[in-house]
Design a protein around this ligand. Structure first.
Ligand code: UDP
Length: 461
């Protein structure tokens, strides 16, 4: 495929982790930078690879690594990242070398690499090629501050507390509670934190000042004061119907068209979380007993260690929810959240989902699983106050109750008003003069300075 060249004659190379929640924001950054005149190359694996036809402005560069065995698809997220790091170092070095040689023979400048700190080998390779490097923060800032503080929190004894002390506050990072801290994978998290800190030339964040401005300084300090570019919400740089990494079932939109305004609860636990069969059935019956219309994404691997037959729902449930419940394996989430019939989002609290929900002014029920999700959920419920948490056991009566609070009670109305106000702020931040608009201009100048430096180097050689 021939290189797609844009008007500045200056190229950025993007290298996302091949996880849906990490590729998608990188594609949005690509669109943002393309709109500023940069040429964009995307280094891609074959897993979760976007359809190149949906991105005619990008140059796709594939790494053909035969990694995608059932083993990788089934492994837990951190294991998956470890495997990716093990296998992709050599092919990545080859790819980057080829891209730089091609650019040099076309007399084109490559300004920088933009990569994901989940990769643990990128720093050494970019340095080898003398290529500037920017990072992407795909998650929220408080979660990073928490990750960075894990050694300190361990030293303070938070991980030795008893079961009955889990509600205690983490005094160093309010308003987090002990139960919001991740208890596993601390070594893998520490590697990612160190990688993030190695991006001295800057980090692009999927957030905006009006949302997380209060911890921007703390975040910046934890990255040794590297330049921070909060240009989000990133998805706003791409069309709502941005085409596919995974198949999108558009029948959900047709179904939503038949429902009353703000009546539907959208339920999705993202692309990585799994639940037990018991939780699956309790969720189903909680939805049924709530008597509210719902659109539920049940991915083929939603039930822990299961095959698709486990995802069958009891006949009496199907009869009970007929006409008011709609179940799909995948939904075009941004279009769903933007639909006037959707009045609430029951989410696993992945950062992309939260920021997409804020952008559409949809209040949430947070049901976090692992990693940063518990921190995200705490911020949604206790700081921004735009959602509720399902903190107790996944039990049908609890579910029914929390849905009622969100969709019917005054409390839900207040959450809706607050998220509506935040939606306005998100949109203003992207308008001319807004905080994200300005941050994108600064990012553009920053990247152009790399290009100018490279051109100068070429001239003096
Ligand atoms: N998503 C979607 N349809 C679905 C489920 C998820 O489009 O049925 C998208 C969603 O819009 C979001 C991403 O997948 O952009 C999930 O990212 P998130 O950070 O919320 O969670 P993760 O899957 O990484 O845990």
């Amino acid at each position: 495929m021939a290189n797609q060249v844009n008007k500045l004659g200056c190229r950025v190379v993007l290298y996302p982790q091949p996880l849906v929640g990490h590729i998608t924001p990188m594609l949005h950054i690509g669109n943002a930078l393309y709109s500023k005149g940069f040429s964009v190359t995307l280094i891609q694996t074959r897993l979760h690879s976007p359809d190149p036809d949906a991105f005619p402005n990008f140059t796709f560069h594939y790494i053909d690594e035969t990694l995608w065995s059932a083993e990788v698809l089934a492994s837990d997220p951190w294991e998956k990242v470890a495997l990716l790091n093990k296998r992709f170092m050599v092919p990545f070095r080859d790819s980057l070398g080829r891209i730089l040689r091609d650019a040099s023979s076309a007399e084109e400048s490559v300004a920088c690499l933009i990569s994901d700190p989940l990769w643990d080998f990128v720093a050494a390779i970019a340095d080898e090629f003398d290529l500037p490097r920017l990072g992407i923060r795909t998650g929220g800032l408080l979660a990073f501050v928490m990750y960075e503080s894990l050694p300190l929190l361990r030293q303070k004894g938070y991980f030795s507390l008893q079961e009955n002390e889990q509600e205690a506050e983490v005094l160093e990072i309010p308003p987090l509670k002990v139960k919001d801290l991740p208890t596993e994978n601390h070594d893998a998290i520490a590697v990612t934190v160190e990688e993030s800190k190695s991006y001295r030339q800057g980090i692009i964040c999927n957030t905006f000042k009006e949302l997380e401005g209060s911890i921007l300084d703390q975040y910046s300090r934890s990255l040794s004061n590297a330049p921070i570019f909060p240009i989000g919400p990133l998805h706003e740089y791409s069309p709502t119907s941005m085409g596919g990494i995974l198949d999108q079932d558009h029948s959900s939109i047709t179904w939503l068209n038949t429902q009353a305004p703000k009546s539907v609860l959208y339920v999705s636990f993202g692309t990585l979380a799994t639940i037990t069969k018991e939780q699956f059935l309790e969720t189903a019956w909680g939805l049924a007993q709530s008597k509210h219309p719902f659109l539920w994404v049940v991915q083929p691997k939603l039930i822990n260690g299961s095959d698709t037959s486990d995802h069958e729902l009891p006949k009496d449930f199907i009869t009970e929810v007929s006409g008011r419940g709609y179940i799909v394996t995948w939904a075009p989430q941004r279009e769903v959240l933007a639909h006037p019939s959707v009045g609430g989002f029951w989410t696993h609290s992945g950062w992309n989902s939260i920021i997409e929900s804020i952008s559409e002014g949809v209040p949430m029920i947070c049901f976090p699983f692992f990693g940063d999700q518990k921190v995200n959920a705490r911020v949604v419920s206790d700081v921004w106050k735009i959602g509720l948490q399902l903190e107790k056991k996944t039990e049908r009566r609890e579910i029914e109750r929390v849905i009622h609070r969100l969709m019917v009670e005054k409390e839900g109305e207040e959450l809706r008003e607050r998220v509506g106000a935040l939606k306005e702020k998100a949109h203003s931040s992207l308008m001319e003069g807004g905080s994200s608009y300005r941050a994108l201009d600064q990012l553009t100048d920053h990247i152009l300075s790399f290009c100018r430096a490279e051109n100068l180097r070429d001239e003096t050689h």
